[in-house]
Design a binder for this molecule. Structure first.
Ligand SMILES: N[C@@H](CCC(=O)N[C@@H](CS)C(=O)NCC(=O)O)C(=O)O
Length: 86
C-alpha cells in the first residue's frame, strides 16, 4: 500500500476534477493528484484506460480499500450521493 492511498487522475484545472478535490479538501483527506494531459491524449492511452476504461477524467483510486470493504464503501458512497442530491 502506498503512503497516500487516494489518487485523483485528471487535469488540475478541470472543473470535474476540481469538484473531487474540493470534496477531499473539505473532508481533510490526503490525496495525490496525478495530472492527465488531455491535449496530448493521455486520457486515451493504454495506461490510463486501465484506470478509467471510458477514458474520462476524473478517475479516483483508493488503494486502502480491500475486497472485504468494497461493499460497505459502495453503500456509503450511495448514501452520501443520496444525501447530496436531496
Ligand atoms: N461521469 C463523469 C464524466 C466526466 C466527464 O465527462 N469528463 C470529460 C471531461 S470534463 C471527459 O473525460 N471527456 C473525455 C471523453 O469523454 O473522451 C464524471 O462526472 O466524473
Amino acid at each position: 500500500m502506498s503512503a497516500t492511498p487516494v489518487k485523483v487522475y485528471g487535469p488540475p484545472l478541470s472543473t470535474a476534477v476540481s469538484r473531487v478535490l474540493a470534496c477531499l479538501l473539505e473532508k481533510q483527506l490526503q490525496f495525490e493528484l496525478i495530472s492527465v494531459d488531455m491535449s496530448k491524449g493521455e486520457h486515451k492511452s493504454p495506461y490510463y484506460l486501465k484506470i478509467q476504461p471510458f477514458g474520462q477524467v476524473p478517475a479516483f483510486q483508493d488503494d486502502s480499500i480491500t475486497s472485504s470493504s468494497q461493499e460497505q464503501y459502495a453503500a456509503t458512497y450511495q448514501r452520501n450521493m443520496l444525501t447530496t442530491v436531496t
